[in-house]
Design a protein around this ligand. Structure first.
Ligand code: CO
Ligand code: CO
Ligand code: CO
Length: 327
């Protein structure tokens, strides 16, 4: 027998029996949730990755917005964060300083504080945060709360993976670069706050597994099927153009492969299909909203600056395919 895979090793770790661990490793949720008292829960999450843009300050902002997003997706509010930094000896220390400054500025914008961190020497820079947050246990939003009849709202446009690849290939104009970086560094705070005001029960943020990868987790956890309408999806500029040229990150293909046989797609060409699986950096929130509240919820998002938020589909009884995407 060969060496054990990571998945095999993880399976050997005894399951958690602490009844205060409300959300743990068993579900594909964004954040761990631990009940401290009847009306207070501690949230903890960690995220870090390699640079998606050249500008170190901007990279710091994007990495921090991405890490903080997991707290917002669960209906929490971030309290403090720890820096995680991998940095090569060969780069000037000012670059590290700029990354950390970007992260700290985003954490400050989130109303939280950087409380420390840790740095290791590594060949390639990596940066992110371990974030601690708070929520009321009853207000915690998981990916298990979607109900048939709910509508699905997505709060940020898709396509950051495709456009990051296009950016590396020097294929983008200034205006498109600005729009994609602006989207990635925008906090999901307003969207999270609106979910809490409306008492919503189901959410996931859209990151590395793409729209359908994260939607599939929600469908499975909730015991429902989801229907999306491609034409309703908000897209960043030039995403379809780039995808049609074959500028598609490898992750989109592996995300699609992972859901093989569980997604029904009708009338979409290859490029559009892969956009549905495009790995997102600091993507938006996908939330299920009782249909009677959807109009008001969307109106509040728009008036709070979440201008790209759209109704993109709906929740139905569990059917033969986990997810269906119509044209
Ligand atoms: Co997440
Ligand atoms: Co995450
Ligand atoms: Co240390």
């Amino acid at each position: 027998m060969g060496p054990a895979t990571l998945a095999q090793v993880l399976r050997q770790i005894p399951p958690m029996h602490d009844e205060n661990l409300l959300v743990g490793p068993g579900t594909a949720d964004d954040t761990a949730v631990y009940r401290l008292t009847g009306d207070l829960a501690l949230l903890a999450t960690v995220d870090f990755f390699t640079p998606v843009v050249d500008d170190p300050y901007l990279f710091g902002q994007i990495a921090a917005a991405n890490a903080l997003s997991d707290i917002y997706a669960m209906g929490g509010r971030p309290v403090f964060a720890l820096n995680i930094m991998c940095f090569p000896d060969c780069l000037p220390p000012e670059v590290m300083g700029d990354i950390l400054r970007g992260g700290a500025d985003k954490v400050l914008e989130a109303g939280a504080v950087i409380a420390g961190g840790h740095t290791v020497t590594d060949d390639e820079p990596k940066y992110g945060l371990a974030v601690t947050g708070l929520a009321q246990p009853a207000g915690v939003i998981t990916n298990a709360g979607a109900r048939p009849g709910d509508v699905l709202v997505l709060t940020k446009p898709l396509g950051t993976g495709v456009l990051a690849a296009a950016l590396k290939g020097d294929l983008l104009d200034e205006d498109t670069i600005n729009q994609v970086t602006e989207s990635m560094r925008t906090l999901n705070r307003e969207a999270g706050a609106a979910m809490t005001r409306f008492g919503l029960k189901a959410c996931t943020d859209i990151t590395g597994f793409g729209l359908l990868g994260h939607a599939a987790e929600m469908a499975r956890a909730s015991g429902v099927s989801l229907v999306f309408r491609y034409g309703a999806l908000p897209l960043l500029p030039r995403v379809e153009e780039m995808a049609a040229m074959g500028i598609i990150p490898a992750g989109a293909y592996s995300n699609r492969e992972y859901l093989e046989g569980q997604v029904g797609l009708t009338g979409l060409d290859q490029a559009r299909e892969l956009i549905l699986f495009d790995p997102q950096t600091s993507g938006g929130l996908l939330t299920a909203v009782p249909s009677g509240q959807a109009g008001e919820f969307l109106a509040q998002l728009h008036s709070h600056g979440v201008t790209e938020a759209r109704v993109v589909g709906g929740v139905v009884e569990q059917g033969s395919s986990l997810i269906t995407v119509e044209k």
